[in-house]
Design a protein. Sequence first.
Lengths: 285, 601
Amino acid sequence: MIQSIVLSGVAIGSIYALIGITYNVMYSASRVFSFTAGTLGMLGGVLGSLFISRMGLPVAAGCLLALLGGAVLGIVTEIVAVRPVLRSLDQHLYVLSTLALALMVQQFTAIEWGTDARPFPRLFTIARGGFDQQYWLPMLACAIVIVGLELLYRHTLVGRAFLAIAEDTYAARALGLPERYLRIASYSLAGVIGALAGFAGGELLLAFFGNAPMLTFYGFIPVALGGMGNNRGALVAGLLLGLFQQAANFLVGGIFASVAVFTVFILVLLVRPEGLAGAAPQRRV
Amino acid sequence: MDTQAAQLRPSRAGTLGSAAALGAALPFLLLLALGIALPLFAGGYWGLIATRACIYWVLVSGLNLVVGFAGQIAIGWVALLALGAYTASVLTAGTATPELSPYLALAIAAAVGAAFGLIIGLPALRLRTFYFAITTLGFATIVNQVALAWQSVTGGGVGVAGPIFPDPFASKWGFYYFCFALAAICTWMTANIAASRFGRALTAIRDAEVAAEACGIAKPALLAAVFLFSGAVAGIAGTLFASLQSYITPDAFPLDLSILFFIAVLIGGRGSILGPLLGTILLTVLPEFAAPLVAWSTFLYAVLLLVIVLAIPGGIAEILDFKNRRPLESHRAIVPRPELLPCLLGGPRGAGVLTLEQVALSFGGVHAIDGLDLEIRPGQVHGLIGPNGSGKTTTLNVISGYYAQQSGSVRLNGVAVPVLQRHRRAHMRIARTFQTPRIVGSASVLENVMIGGSIDGAGSFAESLLCLPRHRRDEARLRETAMLALQTVGLERLAAVRADRLQHSELRFTEIARALMLRPAYLLLDEPAAGLSADEISRLGALIVAIAKAGIGVLVVEHHPDLIFDICHHITVLNLGRKLAAGTPAEIRSHREVVNAYLGG
């Protein structure tokens, strides 16, 4: 019992953490939160099921194509919904433009793919066991992304350029960094991470268009609680969220688990609006 | 002579105002006539659609105050519609309680809506924009899930029957008139708010929050009132919606509806009543002409949202705003009339001295101010000068409550002024202007100035909703005072112009007029001469001197030495957060260190 709560909690938590990281990667590049983060996760599952189950492609090819789809949506987000409104960040138009894009993708999926949740293929032909692939795949994906991002940010020139942009866009531009290309690169990277979350978690979440708003909401909680742009915070908060949700699910039932998660989330934010790990920003007059 | 003219002028502005008000009311009256006459020329099917448009508008009119006026991005408003619908349906169906009359259920649904409107809304006080948007979205999801799961009360996926209103509202057209009347009342009430000090305060919170605080606008109380109202009308709309549907399930409240409501506000334009009203009608009627596309409706709404955000952020209201497309005169001189000040400010104020004692504040390792003493005396102009980064604006921000000093105190007449609590400063009659003018660009110059008098109203939010006498008196008096303030700074000819069409120098004088609306005892001016021409600077100087003469203690942060030496009684020179010198202009002018460090040989 406890074992299954922990297993599914950590697995779901890994997916939430990955979506949180998707938010963070986009935020670092542009100071913008995008509603397309959850849509990317939904798309990873739907595209995986489309390529592997319906079109019969090999798992590796299907995975690559699904991630590519995520990258494309990431880039489209940057071009269509983020770049045009960056000049007037203080008006928060990005909230609306990214919401519009996310809804468009979600509705397109609902119409072309259907509104039913469809099964996601088993990626490896091994028998179901206690520690099944539906649990360890999201965990593995999350570990790979966390380690990969650390290596990227600390040991490569491109990664350091990402950090420079995140720290101070104007200074980075003054240094001659190609800010726009770096932003596009960040958004495509975020797209890949988001799609990977949905692909790795496909068996748990199924290929379902309704995952988009669900992931958009639950994926944002790790960001809000872990601190904006803080990937390690997102990981810890994501795992805690997954465990809490699964435990509440088991103890009080699914619906009231959602209510419990929502209530705790709001209460924590009201007490600490900057997140559990964040610092309050200085305001300028 | 001049005072006489000033007393005459507001009355003329008053008649002009009522003519303009009639022009503004005309579209509403047309819609009213059209709505009343609808059964004469439309079939039953269109009656149904018109009923739905009315119901949506009841909700959107409240949401408009939240989104369009206060600028809070509340996406999941369908949750309140669902709450109202379920409350009324459950109460009249009697699944959990004895069966209630539909009117009582309507009232209870409004109360439940108001309570939850407040609950969803309050996080907006603490959270950033995107966070708030996400929490409203989350709330919408939760409400739907609870409705689905709580089968014993809501009927779960099977649903529950909606309330039925008895005669004369049982027939199709009878119910239409019921909804239409409520929609008309909501239009009237929100239009009253829009034209009140509360409506202006909301737009100030949206576009110039810092200035709103400096004018003494208490954001929490105001937003709470708006969320209560908005929730209540959403609850009413929910009841009507359930009655129209005659049977409700969780599927009747998809997130798409939220998006529709939200777009209706945006397409109409922020800060307008007519725009969102037209937007709501448009969005309810449009799908009837595009039946084959019905599966794509949400997709198309999303496309519409993106197009509005990227292409016409001003919405219908801006397209309809013909008045502000007329070109302004190109050579406009600002000619202040300081002689009107006594009339504007009233009698002597007898306030004491505002003192800073050993105030210190550092950001990280940087000492922005380091043990500063300062006195602002009534009737005197105190100049604060120094190189960039010497702590001038920081000092001003400590006095007006934006920063908390780490040691030392600010005292008014010997009593310590509490740290932070920005909006309390206005009640102590401390007014200020900003280095970059903080103005509501979409409001008229007159409205911007009226924002400055927000705390002096006597009527409450509810009185403004219902346009009661106290509200009307407040408005008349604010308008009159604001006109006088504009005459004083020399901008009365631009009173009706949208503020974002003004030149930079005019915005600076607008801010001074706004500050004077407070009838301040102390006026803090942050670089008022920056960006002004030589002529304008000398007129500004005369105005500041006259303001001091009227008994106000003025603190001027400035970089123009000539202006400072001309108008100040006392000057403090800052360098790296410390007082380098203090004294009369003559003393400062001959102070060696000051000359070396700042003024130049």
